[in-house]
Design a protein around this ligand. Sequence first.
Ligand SMILES: *[C@@H]1O[C@H](CO)[C@@H](O)[C@H](O)[C@H]1NC(C)=O
Ligand SMILES: *[C@@H]1O[C@H](CO)[C@@H](O)[C@H](O)[C@H]1NC(C)=O
Ligand SMILES: *[C@@H]1O[C@H](CO)[C@@H](O)[C@H](O)[C@H]1NC(C)=O
Ligand SMILES: *[C@@H]1O[C@H](CO)[C@@H](O)[C@H](O)[C@H]1NC(C)=O
Ligand SMILES: *[C@@H]1O[C@H](CO)[C@@H](O)[C@H](O)[C@H]1NC(C)=O
Ligand SMILES: *[C@@H]1O[C@H](CO)[C@@H](O)[C@H](O)[C@H]1NC(C)=O
Ligand SMILES: *[C@@H]1O[C@H](CO)[C@@H](O)[C@H](O)[C@H]1NC(C)=O
Length: 315
Amino acid sequence: MAVLLHYVPGVLLCVSLYWEQLFTSPLNQRPIIGVLAVETGEGFKRFGKSYIPASYVKILESAGARVAPISTELTEAEYTELFHSLNGVLFPGGTAPFQNSRFAEISAIFYNLTLKKNDEGVHFPLWAICLGFEELTVLTSGENLLTTTNTYNLPLPLNFTKDALQSRMFKYFPKYLLQALQVKPLAGHYHNWSISVKSFTDNKNLTNFYKILTTNMDSEQVEFVSTMEAFRYPIYAVQWHPERSPYEWNATWNIPHSSEAVQVAWYLADFFVNEARKNSCHFSNTTEEEKALIYNYPPIYSGNISKFEQIHLID
Ligand SMILES: *[C@@H]1O[C@H](CO)[C@@H](O)[C@H](O)[C@H]1NC(C)=O
Ligand SMILES: *[C@@H]1O[C@H](CO)[C@@H](O)[C@H](O)[C@H]1NC(C)=O
Ligand SMILES: *[C@@H]1O[C@H](CO)[C@@H](O)[C@H](O)[C@H]1NC(C)=O
Ligand SMILES: *[C@@H]1O[C@H](CO)[C@@H](O)[C@H](O)[C@H]1NC(C)=O
Ligand SMILES: *[C@@H]1O[C@H](CO)[C@@H](O)[C@H](O)[C@H]1NC(C)=O
Ligand SMILES: *[C@@H]1O[C@H](CO)[C@@H](O)[C@H](O)[C@H]1NC(C)=O
Ligand SMILES: *[C@@H]1O[C@H](CO)[C@@H](O)[C@H](O)[C@H]1NC(C)=O
């Protein structure tokens, strides 16, 4: 510290931003994020039982993480073992029932383990997108409070709440990008279910757990939550799809591809992967690590039959 005192005040300010990191354990520069596989629906059934769109893998890789797919076919003991080898988990979008599906069961296991691990003092982040976001509201409230909205294939600007700019998710975004997010339709919505602001604020389990960061209004005047983060846990959720802007190109879908939309995707990924760098969990050895990684499931081209350019077939 004595050395730093010789520097100009601006540098000291800069150092104080990273004060916490300087005096805690060093960051883990090799984070591995688990991504839940989703059961194949109509379009992909003939390929196998579950898949992960490659865009979720690429967005995490773009920010310096590797991905381990989470199969739909493990036992609870195997999920638990895998969980403890990971540095974070992502619940992706897709189509699956919120209750009584493998997606619901497996996300419940990983959600519970995430809470427990953080309660034990390990910083273990969870990022939920679209279906993942909706599932989180079910997991945290213990019931399905979702309503239908007219938000299918619709890019929108975000309405930020009062304290969103001080949120962990957004506070390190460049100012010009936050301004762009508020006025330009950079956030792509592709969902029929939402948690309305009313249902959210009427439920104590949700209001005690999450801070609403952004909301949107649909064409039927239903105001719904579009971004939220947990107060006491590194749990982050977007109802929209940042990963599609840089990586999905099917022209029948209205996907924002501007430089700003792509930057939003990267800043969110960078934020989340940095959260995952804050724990040092790891596989028991490199053989186990290699077996678990997504590289064992090379992507196949699916751009001519679906909204995804590439998918990884998992089970
Ligand atoms: C998760 O935790 C909740 C609350 O403790 C419990 O009701 C539920 O059964 C747990 N689910 C799983 C899959 O562990
Ligand atoms: C939601 O809150 C009620 C009490 O208001 C509680 O009994 C219930 O366990 C909570 N559910 C979850 C999933 O935390
Ligand atoms: C959402 O609704 C649209 C029509 O409004 C329908 O075409 C689409 O299949 C629905 N999507 C899902 C995931 O249910
Ligand atoms: C933002 O909120 C206002 C006021 O509720 C609403 O009129 C507007 O439609 C919302 N904008 C978007 C993009 O959802
Ligand atoms: C790696 O770990 C696994 C499981 O803990 C163990 O079975 C295996 O023998 C280990 N391999 C090496 C090369 O250490
Ligand atoms: C889609 O592309 C794949 C790979 O190029 C090809 O094998 C398949 O026949 C195509 N399917 C359709 C329906 O065009
Ligand atoms: C685009 O997506 C639609 C449905 O989401 C799909 O039917 C179509 O095959 C996809 N590919 C192209 C090139 O349109």
